[in-house]
Design a protein around this ligand. Structure first.
Ligand SMILES: [Zn+2]
Length: 171
């Protein structure tokens, strides 16, 4: 935990249902090697509307970062993904793009693969025929990647500089 961490909570009118029931929480923190960041989460207790995003307070300009995962320890690299970014793993055919349904997260590479695998599992159970087969193959590849058995590249592009990949400490 760092000294710069600060939290702010308040309630405002919900943009979705118009009731004053939107609980906003802002958490300010200083992420080593990335800088000051605010994580904003909003949840409406009336209609369930929710938003989660991370915003860098130190604008560094458009950023494209690539990180090579060569062995299991690289899976610990920290990933800060804002809703304004595109995250791709070309070797595994995976991509997360910005959009109204995109979600921000701060996790590690393993956590990113976890998310993709959860999405793929949903797809497998909700589809049939060729799609099901292809999704199964993708899922198998993600599993091998999570065990550090296939090398791959994580690419994150964010025109607002709100995202980053931070290699594990000591590498
Ligand atoms: Zn609402």
């Amino acid at each position: 935990m760092d000294d710069d961490r600060k939290e702010l909570s308040y309630k405002v009118t919900c943009a979705n249902c118009g009731k004053e029931a939107l609980n906003v929480k802002e958490v300010y923190s200083n992420i080593p090697r990335f800088g000051r960041t605010v994580m904003v989460s909003m949840l409406c207790s009336n209609c369930g509307y929710r938003v989660f995003d991370t915003v860098s307070l130190e604008y560094k300009g458009p950023a494209k970062q690539e990180f090579q995962v060569k062995e299991a320890k690289d899976l610990r690299a920290r990933v800060i993904r804002s809703t304004t970014s595109t995250l791709t793993i070309p070797e595994l055919g995976l991509a997360l793009r910005p959009g109204p349904r995109s979600e921000a997260f701060i996790t590690n590479v393993e956590g990113v693969l976890d998310r993709f695998s959860a999405i793929a599992e949903q797809l497998v159970s909700g589809s049939e025929g060729g799609v099901k087969g292809r999704t199964r193959t993708a899922l198998e590849k993600i599993r091998l990647a999570m065990e550090g058995r296939v090398p791959f590249t994580v690419i994150i592009e964010d025109e607002f500089g709100n995202s980053a990949i931070l290699p594990p400490e000591g590498t």
